[in-house]
Design a protein around this ligand. Structure first.
Ligand code: SAM
Length: 297
């Protein structure tokens, strides 16, 4: 299942926070049209993250490319994206601020209660309107891929739910969650790291997030290829030389070399990618490759 197929969970989805528009269907379009910065978007993506452990996400949201993108003044008009973190305990119930309880039927582990989570979702919907998607990070969700990141990068407003313990009550999944995303076939203690993975992958595709926006297009998995090897100075390091073509200044040759290396690496490491819908059938021109200086932002 891919995100573009617009999976809606639960029958009917009566939620007041149901997504406001169906997800875009799959289209065969050039990869640079698939991520947000190429669309001349006026709006920026806003992400609300609901978590029982806000402290886990603070550091990463303040660091590196992500941190810079979320800072005021990062873009022409404020931050290039906005991430708001909500502490599930602010919506807790009872004297002990309870957000979890024992599972019906017994067994080990606790379950996040539906009440606090739904109160938080409803409060967000009342304040900010309906999101494009309410995403629960879950090991049994659809697998997160670059294509999924590209598509999500074109959203205006996403709500992410990070689980803890045994997960969230199934009734919330059925009624309020519109997508479930897994970052891989392994189980982490909480959804905060998966949420950060998704946020980073989406925010770096926003216009203004990367110094050189087009470098994202030559990254691995765009166009179903792995990235070509990269080198920096010095040209000679401990007896190993940088391939001469990269120092030739001949953009056409460089583009051809990079494409051949990408293809070689993909065949060797991920031949499955070459069966994908975006697998390249011919060499890109140097302009498409990002080797041209005109393309550098
Ligand atoms: N009982 C759940 C299962 O076996 O599917 C695992 C719960 S896990 C310990 C707690 C939370 O971590 C989940 O609710 C989810 O939000 C998050 N999580 C763990 N692994 C994940 C993964 N691979 N992808 C996305 N979220 C994950």
């Amino acid at each position: 299942m891919t995100i573009g197929e617009g999976r809606l969970l639960g029958e009917g989805n009566h939620s007041p926070i149901a997504p406001r528009a169906p997800a875009r269907g799959r289209q065969v379009i050039p990869s640079w049209e698939k991520c947000s910065w190429s669309e001349n978007r006026q709006s920026k993506v806003t992400i609300d993250l609901i978590t029982a452990l806000p402290q886990v996400v603070r550091g990463p949201l303040e660091s590196g490319i992500l941190g810079r993108a979320l800072e005021d003044g990062a873009g022409d008009d404020g931050p290039v994206a906005e991430v708001r973190v909500h502490d599930l305990r602010d919506y807790a119930e009872g004297r002990h601020d309870q957000i979890d309880d024992y599972p019906f039927g017994g067994g080990g582990g606790m379950v996040l209660k539906p009440g606090p989570l739904v109160r938080c979702l409803e409060a967000l919907a009342e304040k900010h309107g309906a999101p494009d998607d309410v995403i629960y990070l879950a090991p049994d969700g659809e697998r997160f891929t670059q294509k999924a990141a590209n598509r999500l990068s074109r959203s205006d407003y996403l709500v992410l739910v990070a689980g803890r313990y045994k997960g969230i009550d199934e009734r919330v999944r059925r009624r309020w969650i519109t997508r479930e995303i897994s970052i891989g076939d392994y189980v982490l203690s909480g959804g905060e790291l998966p949420a950060l993975v998704l946020i980073d992958a989406v925010v770096r595709l926003q216009p203004g997030a990367l110094g050189d926006a087009r470098s994202a297009l030559t990254d691995s998995f765009q166009d179903d290829l792995l990235d070509a090897p990269v080198y920096t100075r010095p040209a000679s390091f401990r007896g190993m030389e940088v391939p001469a073509v990269l120092r030739s200044g001949d953009h056409e040759r460089i583009a051809r070399w990079r494409f051949d290396e990408s293809l070689r690496r993909t065949r060797a490491r991920r031949p499955d990618l070459l069966a994908g819908e975006d697998a390249p059938s011919e060499r890109p021109s140097p302009e498409d490759d990002g080797a041209s200086s005109e393309k550098t932002a």
